[in-house]
Design a protein around this ligand. Sequence first.
Ligand code: PHE
Length: 357
Amino acid sequence: MLDSPPMDASDALRILDEEEGRGAQAFRAATTLDELEAAQVTVLGRKAPFSEVQRALGAMSEEDRRSLGKAVNETRSALEAALAGRRAELEGEAETALLEADLVDLTLPGRRLREGSLHPLTLVENEIVDVFMRLGFTVVEGPEVEDDWHNFQALNIPPDHPARTMKDSIYPSVPGRPDLVLRTETSAAQIRTMQSQEPPVYVVHPGRVYRRETPDATHLPVFHQVECLAVDEGITFADLKGTLEAMARALFGEGRRVRLAPSFFPFVEPGAQVEVSCFKCDGVGCVVCGNGWIEMLGAGMVHPVVLENCGYDSERYTGFAFGMGIERVALLRYGIPDMRLLVDTDARVLAQFGAVA
Ligand code: PHE
């Protein structure tokens, strides 16, 4: 490399002057942060004319050094200010670009969420259970696979009773357990409750039950019941009727009346068929009810034999029980013409009943 002649103070001042202008221009010309960084290297880097001036200071007289040092500092400040100013501008632009890329068009219509809805059976079951919870009953669920004793014997259904023949009941084939049966009524859960606790008992058992039925408009082989059981000292038939009336009014409206006709169930004595005055015509007779009354459920006073089967003293305690089909209430409640619609899983049908709150 050729030795260039040593720089004197006037050269240095001229270079500083030039560099201040050139640098400011180079920074302005940068259109990205990367370009600005490159410009910084050419203007202020080690090999830049500005740095050469700085280095030349060392060989100068003290007087030159002092005056020139000041000029160097001023030039550096000016260049750095220009650099910082341009950097701030470019950073601002970059940020705006990011924000613009991220812009949400608030005028676009949203994608509609399909809201789920509760199944009509769930709605009706919840409603029935709520009524009893308000009356102070507790909710207990029993097993759907029962044994012969809980489903039949303890309920005072003798071995030759027609209700236990293959025609009505469904028996799972479990090797070594010929006594198992899919429960045919939620009354089986009554037995389990009485076995597991002492009176007083105030419980409701909602759940699925199974019978050998061919599906039609009013029958399903798998359906739902809610069983109600109260056992205490001094429970009478009047308590049963009062409870039924409270339930009928809560479910079908104030002003509903309840009437009982004698009926037979092996596990109650006396037993009754319960009818509620029609919520549509109030007992006059219409398409919903026919004769003004709607058959709702079976009920009765718990048979002393059943109490004794569960270890209760039937001299001291009495009780009432009733069980009703939830499907039936749902059909009446919503005016559904065919029970099979409840299990066809057609969302167009099911979505009509009560969206999830
Ligand atoms: N378990 C009876 C049925 O399925 C209903 C019932 C329950 C009747 C309790 C009397 C007492 O039809």
